[in-house]
Design a binder for this molecule. Sequence first.
Ligand code: NAD
Length: 288
Amino acid sequence: DLDHWPKPARQWRPGLTFLPLRGFFQRAFIMNLQLENKTALITGSTKGIGFAIARALAGEGAKVILNGRTAGSVDEAVQKIDNGARGIVADLSGAAGCAAVLEQAGQIDILINNAGIFEPKPFAEIPDADWDRFYQVNVMAAIRLTRGFFPPMLQRNWGRVIFMSSESGIQVPEEMIHYGMTKAAEIALVNGLARLTRGTAVTVNAVLPGPTASEGVTDFVGALAATAKQSPAEFEKEFFRSMRPTSLLQRFASVDEVAHTVTYLCSPLASATNGAAVRVDGGVIRTT
Ligand code: NAD
């Protein structure tokens, strides 16, 4: 009985006040993620999944801090989000870039370790330099930032740290074992760090997207499709049939599909999900 639902905690947006269907909208959007007074830093967020997360968090009223490697891309992303967003230009592949972010961000409530790189390469041809680069960007940057931002969250007794890992951290793809290794390392970090939150309102979780149509992946798929003389749609169908046969979705997830789950996990409502590897993988991972 909808009339007996509890009233929403927040007054509904004034824009809807005059709609005849106001009561319906109030009930339909009754879940308030309570992110209005939170500040969130999302690394690697000028495009792709990171940008979608920033946009979703800002849409819920959070103050977002974007990060990218060039002033141009950061400015553009900040303008697209508006809503009080700000940006930090820093390359996270080394200690100096991470230190710059720690210095410029100030106090944050939510850290999304999203920046990441991927590239298929046969195992025997991956040089030391690539192993090192993948480790620096995908793992070490997240460690450096978490080392700075996580202890104050514990002291203030509220915070969210999310590592954007991947289903590749569990089902390591044979065509990019170095990438899978870094994504597995992120899951291990979450497992350990969550132990440190015992008795606090801080949570540390990993999110495991499956194949997702971010700009990075779309460009990459477009290039592969052109080489195979296929349209991107034909390539996608074939990719899921032959390379990701366990996918139940049988298509790329959208960046928003991933961002919505991340946004929920950032909310105070997600307080009992901690130390988890939350899948948004379209069912690619076969175990339940
Ligand atoms: P993307 O290539 O579209 O975007 C990656 C972002 O990271 C970009 O904004 C890029 O500028 C930034 N970045 C890369 N190197 C950086 C550096 N040195 N310093 C600062 N920023 C840097 O990627 P995406 O597909 O949106 O992936 C985002 C995250 O999600 C990654 O960690 C990736 O491993 C993970 N993920 C993606 C998929 C997928 O299919 N797209 C699947 C599982 C997990």
